[in-house]
Ligand binder design. Sequence first.
Ligand code: PGA
Length: 251
Amino acid sequence: MRRRLIAGNWKMHSTPDETESFISRFLPLIGSAEADAAIFPPFTSLDRAGRLLRSSDVRLGAQDVYFEAKGAFTGAVSPGMLVACGCRYVLVGHSERRHTFGDDDPIVRRKLDATLSGGLDPVLCMGETIEERRAGATFDVLEAQLIAALRKLPPDLFSRVVIAYEPVWAIGTGETATPEQAEEVSAWIRARVGAAFGAPAAERIRILYGGSVKPDNARSLLTLPNVDGALVGGASLDPEGFAAIISAGVR
Ligand code: PGA
């Protein structure tokens, strides 16, 4: 049985003090749930969050990473720096990185490789725009994103990858994929992984859904057979709401 992962992507929200106050309200709300919980605050809060979460079960992730270890790369943050802050995960290929910051498929691949070789687990995000969905191109888009990010990845590294299906039209819009849409795409991703990496890898990989997940729709999405968790944006900024989403994900 795959263990659920509920991840909170805070985007560009929360100072270190605000992060500390979130954590102090959040930790008492979550028991030793049968789901993994993780938060992804901005870079500037990671060190503080890492210290505060050290003796808890809540995991820490970063929203981005650069693919070099060190050097003259102004503004960039390396995998080693994230490990030193206590991170376990990194979001790779989030739609806002792809569309606002120009992270194209080759860059996403380099970041995924650097994440893995740096000892962090990537949460590879992928999804189609509304135009692509209307044109019936959803699976072509996902196929291209999957191949670019994962082609020829050695199986031992692949086993550390988490995939998040996030339809671009559902991110931050309040519009959620229907359970049928989320299940259809997640099942397709699992089958595609099976074809490329074998049935055991497909059975093991965690596939998350992201896009306007809220406490009131979490249960309908998190109880789908091929959805193993959620990547939550806006609703993860509220400790009570995020804790409610985590409880909805316990099988
Ligand atoms: P949202 O964001 O939950 O605010 O739609 C999801 C995401 O971008 O990961």
